[in-house]
Design a protein around this ligand. Structure first.
Ligand SMILES: [Zn+2]
Length: 427
């Protein structure tokens, strides 16, 4: 079994290498949505799917679909298991983010087919094209379309190189009028699962190759403004200052403490951008604007935390004789992973020693967020070295990839649509 997993890992690695060569820049990996590189990558994925024995098609947003029909086309067998990830990248990306999930899906379905022939349910392997949002100011359009949630207004968004999405689609050989046909019929998709590198250090710290995802994190971004009063750095005594930066610093520490207190809900908070004015070494800062990115496993805990923070900001501002306020600029609800799918992955990882798998939320967004509007979702994380991603240093070992593909095979073998909760589309 270990030998087989290693062989699959080596195969995944060589496919990862082949896909990583398709880039807009030599020596760096950059593959943006609806570019010539996207076309080449999609063609390679199509070839792999066809070689694995899948029926290949492509929808109007460029999502490549490799389809394995169910063992009979009878009434009970129309449901499909969707396995997907994305083939676009960020600028100067790593080779594993997205690509591994698509490749693992192809390899796993090929192995299942070799061993069992067709399954009682259909299987679709999906390669989405715009998960990263690196070219257009929109993300998950491909997965939204598959879920029947594509907003036609998105056709008007303009790329960083000044091309409207609608025109980029036409140049890619697609007809935007056909986008609605990308959607699955109601009830057709039994579940969506995705295998992805963790993009964080939790599995490595725990010395585990694989982990079961509990939810795609609840997330919000905010802008905090602190207004004090500029003054001479040499003449205004400390007790008479209205220093916007020291107030902002106290708020920053409150934000950090807030996330630390909610660590049981995997809360993380980041102040990634800060500007101050006037910005001179001998002037007391008058105005500071900074961002707060807050993520948590559950919506309720994140909202509760934000309410607390709003009060705390007011209290700190009052104490320090400045004014301060917080505004929300972005919000995305958590997308919980289905308990039955989590159990399926836990069993697939667990082996025979009964050791329970690690469970962790995904702090990063994924296509499952969009597909989850249509059907239950599940995710399997694979350890990546140093937790590094969105970086050429991204790395996952052959062994870990092999174990991941082997787990996905086990998951498919014991997948039963009837065991999933009857969940209706929720948005
Ligand atoms: Zn990704």
């Amino acid at each position: 079994m270990v030998e087989r997993a290693m062989a699959l890992g080596r195969e995944a690695e060589s496919m990862i290498r082949a896909l990583a060569l398709i880039s807009a820049e030599e020596g760096h990996l950059t593959r943006l949505y609806l570019t010539p590189e996207h076309r080449l990558a999609a063609d390679l994925v199509r070839r792999w799917m066809a070689e694995a024995g899948l029926d290949v098609s492509e929808d109007a947003l460029g999502t490549v679909r490799g389809r394995l029909a169910p063992e009979s086309d009878g009434r009970n067998s129309v449901q499909r298991l969707l396995i997907g990830s994305h083939i676009d990248t960020v600028i100067d990306a790593g080779a594993y983010d997205g690509a591994l999930g698509v490749i693992a899906g192809i390899l796993a379905v090929r192995e299942v087919m070799k061993k069992h022939g067709r399954m009682p349910f259909g299987i679709d392997v999906l390669a989405f094209g715009d998960e990263e949002g690196s070219r257009f100011p929109a993300t998950l359009l491909c997965s939204q379309a598959v879920a029947g949630r594509f907003d036609p207004a998105a056709l008007q968004v303009e790329s960083v190189d000044g091309v409207k999405l609608e025109d980029a689609l036409r140049a890619y050989g697609k007809d935007p009028a056909e986008i609605p046909a990308a959607a699955y019929e109601p009830g057709e998709a039994a579940a969506y699962v995705e295998l992805h590198i963790e993009q964080g250090p939790v599995l490595e710290q725990a010395d585990e190759a694989l982990g079961v995802v509990t939810a795609i994190a609840s997330q919000s971004r905010h802008s905090v403004t602190v207004v004090g009063e500029a003054g001479h750095a040499g003449t205004v005594p400390m007790n008479l200052r209205h220093d916007a930066l020291t107030a902002a610093a106290e708020i920053a520490l409150a934000v950090e403490a807030l996330a630390q207190r909610n660590a049981d809900d995997f809360m993380v908070a980041t102040i990634g951008k800060l500007s101050l004015s006037p910005g001179a070494s001998n002037v007391i800062p008058a105005r500071v604007v900074f961002t707060v990115d807050l993520r948590s496993q559950t919506d309720a805990r994140r909202i509760e935390a934000m309410n607390w923070l709003r009060e705390e900001i007011l209290a700190i501002a009052t104490k320090r004789h400045v004014t301060a306020w917080i505004e929300r600029t972005h919000e995305a609800a958590a997308r919980p992973c289905d308990p039955a799918l989590q159990s399926g992955f836990t069993a697939a990882i667990g082996g025979r020693d009964g050791k329970s798998a690690i469970h962790l939320p995904s702090g990063a967004g994924h296509d499952g967020q969009a597909v989850g509007a249509m059907c239950p979702i599940g995710m399997l994380f694979v350890r990546c070295r140093g937790g590094i991603s969105h970086n050429p240093a991204e790395f996952t070992s052959v062994r870990d990839m092999g174990l991941a593909v082997a787990a996905l095979i086990k998951f498919i073998e014991s997948f039963d649509p009837a065991r999933l909760g009857r969940r209706r589309a929720d948005d």
